[in-house]
Design a protein. Structure first.
Lengths: 498, 925
């Protein structure tokens, strides 16, 4: 049994400890990560144990639900499960939080049964249920409520923006976030949203705010005059088996389109070829829509490396061109939007035509020191200019880390500026969980590890490797040299691989 | 400032909607409409992003207004990459039917219809489509170059051509017009060389924008509110873009985004943005041009050299050759008013400059070396092929053809004869417009046979003279040459001499070759003998896998010449081991063919079945690297088929475990047990005997590596692995023992020297460097003494590294001209001699250097074997020009070049008493 929990939630730490003891007493081998070590040994152990265990117990408190580390472990467990014929079994325990799950977790756990833990008095019963589950019995509860997680504090960032917020009242507009930093890209998408027949490609490293910008764009589209019907397909939540071959992939996309647009499916939806796919969209989707629409594909580079990759982007190019084709008037008012973290040229492959040749590409940059100044002002302005500059140097304008820093400086579990700086790379420090989750994500990919080592050794990795590292948000160009994306990553990964 | 894309007027990239966007008319608009309205077929085949699709859209609307039915199919976007021909055809036809609003189940019709795809297509258009309405129909097929990927679309092009040619007989076809658009030449569309190319329709070339020819007011208005200022700015832009439609519009957009207001800002943007290709790598427009140049050129070096001449301002008239056509298609050049080719615009001249050509040329040449390397260095096959399969000859017009025929009939020079014959028949010339010369084909065949007979008669006479003089060995060689060259039998006296001198294998080969028609270009044949000399195994047309579909492996009875076994294959196929098994390497699988010969069999085709078909989870980017590195261990008692199957299965399993999508290249160690798999930026080292991954090394793809990624190289003892990113790994513990910063080419036999090739950034030249290792013993942690080696460069030579002698004395590199090789001493780095050729291998004992491949255009250069002692050895002074130890005509090279370590396979020159020295005096020419 592998027990995954949030180290910063006392209830979970206690429950995890008791679970460990009782499960061992019941004859189980238990792996629980109590270490404060950070390093390749630790990641390898986590990887190995997740593949080793028969059952994966995930403690899900409100904090865990928004925790990158818990998500990382569950992501790994889900992928192990797909590779190993359903082993490990997933056993979620909801710890005093019964609301909806984070977007990514929801895609993994929505249909998995769970048990509830309210207070210490439930501990014994919960442990019995878990032990019973390891012996083949089912957990009792099911049906996690739909909807998106509102962060416990408005400053606290979620690892990823939740596209389901789009369907909530008001949509995901800048006004619901006091600390949203408007960038020039916002003006561009607002402008694009007001026009018809546009193709937008949003490009930038991981966690730079691409999905967030896409949501804003879609919200503007939904509020445009005339309003556009919005269909969002997020490829990151597709399962591996949805990507096995082209036909499976297209059929899945077709079903997602119908579902997000709430169009009743015309019987069994299977699409054999990309021609069928286009016909399907024309016959069963466009024909049901009135007025303009926008089809958005988040994490479109998920299919990078699949044999059908360039064919799919060629299809999107066909849609783009069909807008101008008087023979296919249905496409005239269809906008397209894609979000990628990879350089488009890697996605084009040998294809002769691709959506990336024609769309309008927005390259999202990191935040500037001036943006930090604005954030500081919004939080009451207690940081000095020197401090702002030091913080900016440390984080390199990484939007998620920036929000995390301001959260720890001005909201819950407040720490002072010097403590934040001096404990930045600590495992239990303000960024510890993010750093561990990042390591967990990087480590299974030897190419990225090797590339990081090269960058740390002041060598330039090859172009392709650079683009992969850059897409992962780890490195950037400084003039001609390739450097770590920020000092925090530099210090942390130097300690890990150095 | 609003970018152009969003002001609702101009759109950058993609198809323009004529009803929505402002459109810049060109003279081609009227031309296309006029041709199509008259029912002519049209081809708009030109480089990317010059407005093809928008032009089509314009014509399509205008035709529709005139009552013509129209149909537009983006064959890439609509049809994708179907797995089968039937799917592609059914998809295409159903799209046409759907667009015409006809209700019929095309897929069912296609499945039910009888005949070849070609016949079915004709029937469909005549009886189904054109029968359902009376108006004319214009079918526009865009992105037609997408079909180049498929081997089954030939029928489509021959069918639409047939419909055009059949108009007189079948009036319905006069109502049908096709307009093809894409990045291809008409000649490329039909891939089977035996079928006439797609030669119907007018091909339009699209012109760039200019104030003189076009009304550019919309662009002027977009860049400035003041028309005069606007025109100055647009003129400054055109000065750089030459009016290239996409570049011009995009530049104007960049201009506005950068807050430009005056013409001076234009130059500033150029200097800031369009610096060099490295910075534009993520610019899709420039990336596509570089890709085209890397992947689509039929002959990279020759085409790049043509470009270099144009770039330096030489007058190069546009001519109907492959090089000219492909260079235009790349978009880099265009034809000016006086019919000369010029660089298309100053931006291209700035980016694709002289330095860029210098850097690209060696790469393109290397690609060709590797093709040769596969043919020449096969450790499996005895034999090699002279440069030539990939050569292209410019098709002469009729007068030149007649001239060539006259020369062929008169010449006694072999090189001239072969060149003239090739120029007349177009054998192996994939891009050639052969219909121009087909009238001469039969005569050329006859004249060529006549040439060989003359040649053979001379040789045979000389052979009999030598026999009289008692020079039996030389007589044998000359007599054999005569027989091979005519395809005739050995003279009886010579045959007797063969038996006496125990030249059994050679005798067998000669008799076996006798049945090969003389008109077959002999350089295509590679043979393997059984020890008894009874069988000769031939593979015809060893080619890169993209040429799939017309290759054949054969086993020929040595005495009767009868074909005992043959097997067509796609991809690359090779005989392995003793020739009783063959591997067919396909994109995603490998087949093992048993080569079982029944002597009585008269019908060689009967039921060949592969012994195994082994799926490989990844596609092979470079099957050549596999073919050159296969060296199979054969356990006692196992047949070659079993050994091959076990090997391929183990390799496939390793590829699966390595978990890569595309295998870039492979490397095998000397013992055939370690397999290095390169893919997804990493190298997996697998142990074939256990089928497990022994180590993983991540690898950065070396800068600029493109189509060709050299395979990893194991040291002779299997302990070190040199990868193409310029690292030498002790792969077992992952330690990098050396970083020679270059692509590893070869180790010397004792593993102490490593030859690498790299680009010298400072001078932009290729450099080959030999690294030597010195052993250092260092005391290490507690238990043992570690010995490490320090690697340092010992010799440097300009050019691309070709090989290093096993004894570590000699370094062979290409020299600048691309047509010859420099041999330099490792100990002093001095160039000792230059030898004409493009590829070289040393014999195992380092005594002989075999050089193959002539200069460009020399498809049948002789392969020469040089005595390494003649290079000057350790002596400091370069000797006088060395003489070749033997100068072989092309036929001997097939049997004499490579020594297979496996003694089951007997190369000819080992069967004679003193193979090379004995024949040194004989010049079979």
């Amino acid at each position: 049994v592998f027990i995954s929990y949030s180290h910063s939630e006392p209830d979970e730490v206690r429950l995890a400890g008791e679970l460990e003891t009782k499960l061992q007493a019941a004859g189980c081998e238990v792996f629980i990560d109590t270490s404060i070590l950070v390093g390749t040994d630790w990641v390898e152990e986590i990887e190995r144990r997740i593949h080793w265990c028969d059952f994966f117990v995930a403690l899900l408190s409100e904090r865990a639900v928004g925790s990158e580390m818990v998500q990382g472990e569950i992501r790994m467990a889900v992928s192990a499960r797909q590779k190993q014929n359903g082993r490990p079994g997933l056993l979620p325990i909801r710890v005093r939080y019964f609301g909806p799950l984070d977007y990514e977790l929801d895609s993994y756990l929505a249909r998995v049964q769970y048990v509830k833990w309210q207070s210490a008095s439930d501990t014994a019963a919960v442990i019995d249920r878990v032990i019973a589950a390891t012996r083949g019995r089912q957990l009792p509860e099911h049906g996690i409520p739909a909807g998106h997680v509102e962060p416990e504090h408005p400053l606290r960032p979620l690892p990823r923006v939740d596209p389901r917020r789009l369907s909530a009242t008001g949509g995901a507009l800048a006004s619901d976030d006091p600390l949203y930093v408007e960038r020039t890209a916002d003006d561009v998408v607002r402008d694009l949203a007001s026009q018809k027949g546009q193709t937008l490609v949003i490009k930038g490293p991981r966690q730079i705010g691409k999905s967030s910008l896409l949501l804003r764009y879609l919200a503007y589209c939904a509020h445009a005059e005339p309003a556009k019907t919005v269909a969002l397909v997020d490829l990151s939540v597709l399962a591996q088996q949805d990507l096995t071959d082209y036909s499976t992939f297209l059929s899945r996309i077709a079903r997602v389109l119908l579902r997000t647009l709430r169009i009743p499916p015309p019987g069994e939806v299977t699409v054999a070829t990309q021609q069928d796919f286009t016909w399907f969209v024309e016959d069963h989707v466009l024909s049901k829509l009135t007025g303009p629409s926008v089809f958005a594909f988040d994490t479109a580079d998920r299919i990078l490396g699949r044999p059908y990759q360039s064919d799919f982007f060629t299809t999107l190019r066909l849609w783009h061109n069909s807008r101008s084709n008087p023979l296919t008037p249905a496409w005239e008012t269809v906008d397209l939007a894609l979000v990628v973290s990879t350089e488009p040229y890697l996605l084009i492959g040998n294809s002769t035509s691709s959506i990336f040749n024609v769309g309008r590409t927005l390259d999202l940059p990191a935040l500037t020191a001036a943006d930090y100044g604005r954030l500081n002002a919004a939080c009451g302005g207690t940081l000095t200019d020197v401090q702002i500059d030091r913080l900016w140097q440390l984080l390199g304008g990484h939007p998620y880390l920036t929000r995390l820093a301001f959260y720890r400086l001005f909201a819950s579990d407040r720490i002072d500026f010097e403590t934040l700086m001096s404990t930045a790379t600590d495992e239990r420090g303000p960024f510890g969980e993010h750093l561990r989750a990042t390591l967990l994500r990087v480590h299974p990919r030897p190419d990225l590890v090797e590339g990081l080592k090269q960058v740390l050794g002041a060598k330039s990795p090859g172009d392709d490797l650079y683009y992969r590292l850059n897409a992962a948000g780890l490195v950037r160009h400084e003039g001609k040299a390739v450097v770590m994306a920020n000092q925090l990553y530099g210090q942390f990964f130097k300690a890990v691989f150095g | 400032v609003k970018p152009l894309t969003t002001n609702g007027q101009l759109q950058v990239g993609g198809t323009l909607n004529p009803q929505q966007h402002l459109y810049i008319e060109r003279k081609e608009d009227a031309e296309l409409l006029d041709l199509l309205a008259r029912g002519e077929y049209c081809n708009i085949l030109s480089s990317r992003q010059v407005g093809k699709s928008s032009l089509i859209m314009h014509a399509l609307l205008a035709l529709r207004q005139r009552g013509v039915r129209v149909c537009l199919i983006d064959v890439a976007g609509v049809l994708g990459s179907p797995a089968s021909a039937d799917e592609w055809y059914a998809g295409l036809l159903s799209e046409i039917v759907r667009q015409q609003g006809i209700r019929t189940d095309v897929r069912a019709w296609w499945t039910a219809a009888q005949g070849t795809p070609n016949q079915k297509l004709l029937e469909f258009f005549r009886d189904v489509l054109l029968a359902s309405f009376e108006q004319p129909l214009a079918v526009f097929l865009d992105e037609i170059d997408h079909t180049l990927k498929f081997d089954y679309t030939d029928d489509f092009f021959t069918a639409i051509r047939a419909m055009y040619n059949d108009r007189a007989r079948e009036p319905a076809f006069t109502r049908l017009t096709f307009c093809l658009a894409g990045v291809a030449t008409p000649n490329e569309l039909v891939k089977n060389r035996r079928t006439t190319a797609y030669n119907v329709g007018r091909t339009l070339e699209l012109s760039d924008f200019s104030f003189e020819r076009n009304d550019l007011t919309p662009i002027v208005r977009a860049v400035s509110p003041n028309p005069e200022e606007g025109e100055t700015i647009v003129r400054a832009v055109l000065n750089w873009t030459g009016g290239h439609p996409f570049l011009t519009l995009r530049f104007c957009e960049q201009f506005l985004q950068a807050g430009g207001t005056t013409a001076a800002d234009v130059d500033r943007i150029v200097q800031d943005t369009y610096t060099d290709l490295e910075h534009l790598k993520t610019d899709v427009h420039f990336d596509q041009i570089s890709r085209f140049l890397q992947e689509r050129l039929a002959d990279g070096p020759a085409t790049l050299e043509l470009y270099q001449r144009i770039l330096s301002g030489a007058r190069e008239p546009d001519r109907p050759t492959v090089y000219h056509a492909q260079l235009k298609l790349s978009g880099l050049v265009k034809r000016d008013e006086s019919g000369n080719l010029v660089v298309r615009n100053r931006l291209y001249a700035k980016i694709f400059d002289r330095r860029w050509v210098q850097e690209s040329l060696p790469r393109a040449t290397t690609a060709r070396y590797r093709q040769l390397a596969f043919l020449a260095a096969g450790v499996l096959l005895v034999g090699a092929v002279a440069a030539g399969i990939y050569q292209f000859v410019i098709v002469p017009p009729r007068a030149a053809a007649a001239q060539a025929l006259a020369e062929l009939a008169a010449t006694s020079d072999e090189a001239t004869a072969k060149a003239r014959y090739a120029s007349l028949t177009g054998a192996n010339l994939p891009m050639v417009t052969r219909w121009i010369v087909r009238d001469y084909r039969a005569e050329a065949e006859r004249a060529f046979r006549g040439f060989w007979q003359r040649r053979a008669a001379t040789l045979e006479a000389r052979a009999l003279d030598r026999l009289k003089d008692g020079k039996v060995d030389e007589a044998c060689v000359l007599g054999a040459a005569a027989a091979v060259k005519t395809g005739g039998a050995l003279h009886p006296d010579i045959q007797k001499a063969f038996v006496e001198r125990k030249f059994s294998a050679l005798a067998a080969s000669v008799i076996g070759m006798a049945e090969i028609p003389a008109s077959t270009v002999l350089t295509e044949w590679v043979g393997v003998f059984e020890p008894s000399g009874q069988l000769i195994r031939l593979t015809q047309g060893l080619q890169y896998y993209s040429e799939a579909g017309r290759n054949e492996l054969r086993v020929v009875d040595a005495h009767t010449g009868a074909i005992l076994w043959k097997q067509g294959f796609g991809g690359i196929a090779i005989f392995i081991d003793d020739g009783t098994a063959a591997l067919e390497i396909l994109q995603k699988s490998v087949r093992v063919w048993p080569v079982v010969v029944t002597r009585e069999a008269n019908s060689p085709q009967q039921g060949n079945q592969p012994a195994a078909t082994i799926a490989v989870t990844a596609s092979l980017r470079d099957p050549i690297s596999l073919a050159t590195s296969v060296r199979i261990r054969r356990p006692a008692g196992a047949t070659a088929v079993q050994a091959a199957t076990v090997f391929v299965e183990a390799a496939a399993r390793c590829v699966g475990q390595a978990n890569v999508n595309t295998v870039d290249s492979l490397g095998l160690d000397r013992n055939g047990d370690l397999l290095a798999i390169v893919g997804n930026g990493a190298v997996a080292v697998c142990q074939l005997s256990t089928g497990s991954i022994a180590a993983r090394i991540s690898q950065s793809r070396s800068n600029g590596a493109s189509a060709i990624i050299p395979g990893p190289v194991f040291s002779p003892d299997g302990r070190l692995l040199a990868t193409s990113d310029g690292q030498v790994h002790n792969w077992r513990d992952g330690a990098v023992v050396a970083s020679p910063a270059g692509r590893a080419i070869a180790f010397s036999a004792d593993g102490s020297l490593l030859l690498v090739s790299n680009s010298d950034d400072v001078r932009g030249r290729q450099q080959a460097i030999a690294f030597s290792s010195r052993r250092n013993d260092i005391a290490s942690s507690r238990t043992r003494v570690l010995s490490t080696r320090t690697w340092r460069p010992v010799a440097t030579s300009a050019g691309y590294g070709v090989t290093i002698s096993p004894d570590g004395q000699w370094l062979v590199t290409t020299n600048g001209s691309g047509a010859s090789l420099d041999v330099s001493g490792v100990h002093d780095g001095k160039v000792y001699t230059s030898l004409s050729g493009t590829f070289a291998i040393f014999s195992e004992d380092s005594r002989w250097l075999t050089v193959s491949g002539g200069g460009r255009g020399q498809s049948d250069a002789p392969i020469r074997v040089w005595n390494a002692a003649a290079f000057g050895g350790q002596s400091p002074a370069p000797p006088a020009a060395p003489t070749p130890a033997a100068r072989w005509g092309s036929w001997q090279t097939k049997f004499g070049l490579t020594v297979n370590e496996n003694d089951d396979v007997v190369p000819v020159w080992r069967t004679g008493p003193r193979p090379l020295d004995g024949l040194a005096a004989s010049d079979t020419r």
